[in-house]
Design a protein around this ligand. Structure first.
Ligand code: ZN
Length: 198
């Protein structure tokens, strides 16, 4: 890559750090950016910085939001007594896209993984337990069907059992090791409707 000047190399280098962006795509993006009008490039960079500065976790559910409480938690038409536990914001988005879920969420931001040294304290579990002190009639565990997702589901269900709140797990049909965001909406809806009590 010595034939590019250092600023072009730096741009390619930064872009190739993004997920799913290989060297070739990074190059294509870099040249595209360099060909864009300066005002557009500034708007793009500005939008990134602005989002980074102003987006944080919802105080209730830990979804990403630029307000104190996210639009889902603020929506009075949703059933606030049903909480679906997901691993990350992308999984939440996948369920929202089905348009079939009317409860609220709790985003763990990870899953328990002894292999990676991620324990219950590294994810937003304490915060979930705090929420359960309120009026809750069902907790739906929608962690992924990976080893980490299953471990997390088991751990949470044991934790909640003493409270007497019914805990359900989304049905299989979601392929083992499958990442929720890659699964189509019909399968997700079926998994949700076929959930079983743990
Ligand atoms: Zn929220």
């Amino acid at each position: 890559m010595d034939f590019y000047s250092s600023r072009i190399n730096a741009l390619i280098e930064e872009l190739s750090r993004l997920p799913g962006i290989g060297r070739k795509s990074a190059q294509r993006m870099a040249f595209h950016i360099l060909a864009m009008p300066e005002a557009e490039v500034e708007r793009l960079a500005g939008t990134m910085v602005d989002a980074k500065k102003n987006v944080h976790y919802c105080r209730e559910c830990f979804n990403l939001t630029d307000e104190e409480i996210c639009p889902i938690c603020r929506n009075e038409k949703r059933d606030h007594k049903v909480i679906m536990v997901v691993e990350n914001t992308r999984d939440l988005a996948a369920y929202e896209k089905t348009g079939r879920y009317e409860g609220v969420y709790h985003v763990l931001h990870g899953a328990i993984s002894p292999a990676l040294g991620i324990g219950p304290n590294e994810i937003r579990l304490k915060e979930l337990m705090t929420r359960l002190a309120g009026d809750v009639k069902e907790v739906i565990i929608a962690t992924n069907s990976s080893l980490e997702g299953e471990t997390t589901a088991m751990y949470i269900s044991k934790l909640i059992k003493p409270t007497g709140i019914p805990v359900t797990r989304i049905a299989s049909g979601v392929p083992v090791g499958g990442d929720l965001e890659n699964i189509d909406e019909i399968t997700l809806t079926r998994a949700l409707e076929g959930r079983k009590e743990l």
